[in-house]
Design a protein around this ligand. Structure first.
Ligand code: GN1
Ligand code: MG
Length: 351
C-alpha cells in the first residue's frame, strides 16, 4: 500500500511541504504519519479483507466520536475527503482515512509504571461505560470477533485443511488441551447469557491508549474499528493480556513470559474505580478467567493464521504466527498457574 499525493490532497487540499513515515505497531491496517509544519495527520490504508464493510466501520466511528465530543471528552477527529466522505478509494482500490494527530501524546507497548496502567484501565473502563449509556446501535464490524468457541472451531477447520508443512502436531495438541483451562466457564463464559452485554472497545491493547507526553495521564483511547456490542470483561481481559507480561506478544523466549502481579493489581484497581459496585457476581467471578480467555483466544487466532499461511495477521519472518501462538499459549498457561493470587487481588479490589 502506498499513500499517494492525491489521497493526501483529497483530505488536506492546501497541504504544502510534508513528510510521510510509518507509525505504530498495528497488525491489520497500514498506518502513516504525515507531518506538515504544525499540522500533522494520521493516514490509514484499511484492510478490507478483515473489515468487509468499511462504511459500517466509519459509521460506527462517527457515532462513537460524535457522542464523546458531545460530552466534551477528547477523542479522534476524522477528516472528510474531497468526496464528502470519511473514506477515499485510491487507484489501487485501497480505502484510506485520515485523522488529526493528537498533539503531545505517546503510546507504550510496555507500561513505564503501574500508575500508567491504572490510568489505562480507567480510560478503557470509562470509555465502555460511557458508550453503554448512549444507545448508538453500532454495527457488528466483524461477526463473532470475540466468539471464542467459534474461534476454536475455525482453528480445527484450518488444521484439517492446512498444508503439511504448517501442521505442527505438538502445538496443535497443546492448544486444544489448554482450552479446558477454566472448566467451569468453558470457552463461552463472556458471551450472552452468561454476563451482561453492553458496548466494548474489543481491541484494548495498551498501545491503543494515548498518554500525554511526559505524564501518566491518558488523553483518549484510539483504534475504534471494533467498538460494538460486548462485555467489558473482553476489554479488561485483552488489556491485561498485553500489559501484565513484560515480553512482547511475539517473543520466542518462552521462559521470559510471566504474570506481573503488581501490574495486574493496577489494572484491576483502575477498573474497580470506574465500575465500582455496579458489577455482578458473575462478572467478578470471571475477571481472571477473562485474562485467560482473551490470551487463549489470541493463541487460537495466531495458530489458525499460521495454518492458513499468515493471510490475516501477516508475518515478518517464517513461522511468525506460530511464535506468536506459542507465546500467547504460554501466557494463558501462566495465568492458570497464578490464578489463585490473581483471584485474591480481585477480591481485595472489589469489596
Ligand atoms: C490486531 O491491528 P491491531 O494491532 O490493532 C487485531 C487484534 C489483536 C491484535 C494482536 C481487527 O490488532 O484483535 O488482538 O492484532 N485486530 C483485528 O496484536 O483483528
Ligand atoms: Mg486494532
Amino acid at each position: 500500500m502506498t499513500l499517494s499525493e492525491s489521497v493526501i490532497r483529497s483530505f488536506v487540499p492546501d497541504i504544502t511541504d510534508y513528510t510521510v513515515e510509518s507509525l505504530g505497531s498495528g497488525l491489520i491496517h497500514k498506518t502513516l504519519l504525515v507531518e506538515s509544519g504544525s499540522h500533522n495527520y494520521v493516514f490509514q490504508g484499511l484492510n478490507s479483507h478483515v473489515f468487509p464493510d468499511l462504511d459500517q466501520v466509519m459509521e460506527n466511528i462517527e457515532k462513537v466520536t460524535g457522542f464523546l465530543r458531545s460530552r466534551g471528552e477528547p477523542t479522534l477527529t476524522f477528516l472528510q475527503a474531497g468526496n464528502g466522505r470519511p473514506l477515499m478509494i485510491d487507484e489501487n482500490e485501497v480505502a484510506w482515512r485520515c485523522s488529526e494527530l493528537v498533539p503531545d501524546t505517546v503510546t507504550y507497548d510496555t507500561p513505564p509504571s503501574p500508575a500508567h496502567l491504572k490510568n489505562a484501565a480507567r480510560a478503557f473502563a470509562g470509555f465502555g461505560k460511557a458508550l453503554s449509556t448512549a444507545n448508538l446501535s453500532l454495527h457488528p464490524t466483524i461477526e463473532g470477533f470475540h466468539d471464542t468457541p467459534q474461534r476454536f472451531q475455525k482453528m480445527e477447520a484450518a488444521w484439517k485443511a492446512a498444508p503439511q508443512d504448517r501442521q505442527s502436531v505438538a502445538d496443535y495438541y497443546a492448544i486444544r488441551h489448554a482450552g479446558s483451562g477454566f472448566p467451569e466457564f468453558g470457552l463461552d463464559g463472556l458471551l450472552a447469557p452468561h454476563v451482561p452485554q453492553a458496548v466494548s472497545h474489543n481491541d484494548t491493547k495498551l498501545n491503543n491508549c494515548l498518554f500525554r507526553e511526559g505524564s501518566q495521564e491518558v488523553i483518549c483511547v484510539i483504534d475504534l474499528d471494533t467498538v460494538m456490542e460486548g462485555s467489558w470483561l473482553l476489554d479488561f481481559g485483552d488489556l491485561c493480556r498485553t500489559a501484565i507480561c513484560s515480553s512482547p506478544e511475539d517473543t520466542d523466549d518462552l521462559d521470559s513470559i510471566t504474570v506481573d502481579l503488581d501490574r495486574f493489581r493496577a489494572l484491576v484497581e483502575g477498573y474497580a474505580e470506574v465500575l465500582g459496585d455496579s458489577i455482578s457476581q458473575a462478572e467478578k467471578e470471571r475477571m481472571v478467567y477473562s485474562v485467560f480467555l482473551l490470551t487463549y483466544e489470541l493463541a487460537l487466532r495466531f495458530f489458525t493464521d499460521h495454518l492458513q499461511e499468515d493471510k490475516y495477521f501477516g508475518a515478518s519472518f517464517p513461522e511468525h504466527n506460530l511464535v506468536r501462538a506459542r507465546s500467547q499459549l504460554t501466557l494463558a498457561l501462566q495465568v492458570l498457574n497464578q490464578r489463585e493470587a490473581m483471584e485474591e487481588i480481585v477480591a481485595e479490589s472489589f469489596h
